[in-house]
Design a protein around this ligand. Structure first.
Ligand code: MLT
Length: 205
């Protein structure tokens, strides 16, 4: 685990409604720190937004960790980058006086959010995982009681196998997380359904 927090390029938007937990926005492959800001504002008006850029570049496209092929992760790199991201979040919380954030991750960002849950239980208040898959072949055993997770998958997603998102849901449930899952008639891209479900789930936290 890293002792010092890495410097990650990021954007931070302070809360106008301090009662709501901050959102940790985690973009997909090829995105950056500005990508999910509009989505964050839409699903959680008034909340603080912390939005880092993934430090890995794949053919010029930012990601949060390396992969060997599509859907085949470099798990050593994933573990290291997950620990770096956890250290960054802790440092930002301390500097800015932030409560435990809720992660809102899409695709590659959802996958590192799942990894954050599994490697750093208690860091996140909850996580909305949009188009996530199981990040580890042999996931660590953790307890996630009290952690709320929203899992939105697409039944026509060409990138995320249904078995992988189902295995992630099962693992999180078996770990004690309160999991809300919807398989939407969609592909990998997001739609208004994702926005509405995420907004409703966040409002009920
Ligand atoms: C990943 O690499 O995290 C997933 O395949 C999703 C993607 O970024 O395409």
């Amino acid at each position: 685990m890293s002792d010092t927090a890495p410097t990650l390029i990021h954007r931070f938007e302070p809360a106008t409604d301090a009662a709501r937990p901050p959102l940790l926005l985690l973009h997909g492959t090829g995105g950056d720190e500005s990508d999910l800001i509009p989505l964050g504002r839409l699903v959680a008006p008034g909340t603080a937004l912390l939005s880092p850029r993934g430090a890995v570049l794949e053919n010029g496209m930012p990601r949060f960790f390396r992969r060997l092929a599509e859907g085949v992760f470099d798990e050593d790199d994933l573990r290291r980058r997950t620990d770096d991201l956890a250290a960054f979040v802790r440092q930002q919380q301390a500097e800015r006086g932030l409560a435990a954030p809720v992660a809102l991750g899409f695709s590659n960002g959802a996958n590192i959010a799942a990894s954050l849950l599994l490697r750093h239980p208690g860091l996140l208040r909850g996580a909305a995982l949009l188009r996530a898959m199981m990040p580890f072949r042999e996931p660590p055993a953790v307890r996630l009681d009290g952690t709320e997770v929203l899992l939105l998958s697409g039944t026509n997603d060409p990138i995320v196998p249904a078995a992988s998102s189902a295995a992630l849901a099962r693992l999180l449930e078996d770990s004690g997380a309160a999991v809300t899952q919807h398989a939407l008639p969609l592909g990998h891209g997001l739609s208004q359904m994702d926005v509405a479900l995420t907004r409703g789930w966040l409002a009920a936290l």
